[in-house]
Design a binder for this molecule. Structure first.
Ligand code: NAG
Ligand code: NAG
Ligand code: NAG
Ligand code: NAG
Length: 180
């Protein structure tokens, strides 16, 4: 027979145990969230992202032409570049990410031919080498990312440009792991 006082002790220990682990788990989830940019778009002006290749890019609409802006619903403002050049994005810090979204100029149904490179602290790796039009979402294995490079391989089916209306990069939490 377990006495009431013993039962109480066991219960108290049980609740203490659950509580402590809950705190650890919360801290862990908090840290994960920070390194993953709070699961939001980190490729944005307001999050400190820059276009480090700006000297070799064109910005139609001047400062309004940056694809890091929010003003994206006018196809008359975009970021572009010429002759085998790249549009390079640099994040404010290294984040763990798994998704990149590119919105190409889609005033008609032209198809772009381009490469995507992921840049981290040590190197740059080719992650996509093909074509797309309009909104293109690339998912890749979870990894630490410092930036991206979009290379104009051979323009598009109408002209020689690569034109970006908007770009986004984030960690998509598909598994909603580490949650109870
Ligand atoms: C596009 O650029 C023009 C300047 O050329 C600016 O007046 C306009 O507000 C911009 N549009 C958007 C949606 O930012
Ligand atoms: C894109 O790259 C191709 C191949 O290097 C080049 O022919 C084309 O002129 C470039 N695009 C632009 C807008 O110049
Ligand atoms: C950078 O990327 C390469 C290729 O994906 C990988 O092997 C390397 O471990 C990465 N380095 C860092 C510091 O994340
Ligand atoms: C629009 C723009 O700035 N285009 C540039 C793309 O890159 C070539 C080569 O560096 C430049 O000559 C263009 O001016």
């Amino acid at each position: 027979m377990i006495k009431n006082s013993q039962l109480l002790t066991i219960l108290l220990f049980f609740y203490w145990f659950i509580g402590t682990n809950q705190i650890c788990l919360n801290k862990y989830n908090q840290m994960l969230s920070i390194i993953r940019g709070n699961y939001k778009n980190v490729l944005h002006l307001m999050n400190g992202a820059i276009i480090s290749s700006r000297k070799q890019n064109g910005f139609l609409g001047d400062n309004h032409g940056s694809c890091l802006n929010d003003a994206i619903y006018r196809i008359t403002n975009y970021t572009w570049n010429l002759t085998g050049n790249s549009i390079i994005f640099e994040l404010i810090q290294t984040y763990e990410l798994n998704t990149l979204k590119l919105w190409f100029w889609d005033g008609d149904n032209r198809i772009y031919r381009f490469n995507i490179y992921i840049i981290n602290e040590t190197q740059e790796s080719l992650i996509y080498d093909s074509t797309s039009n309009s909104i293109f979402t690339l998912t890749f294995t979870d990894q630490f990312v410092k930036g991206f490079r979009i290379l104009n391989v051979s323009g598009n089916t109408i002209d020689q440009g690569v034109h970006l209306l908007k770009v986004e990069a984030y960690y998509y939490n598909s598994k909603s792991d580490n949650k109870i």
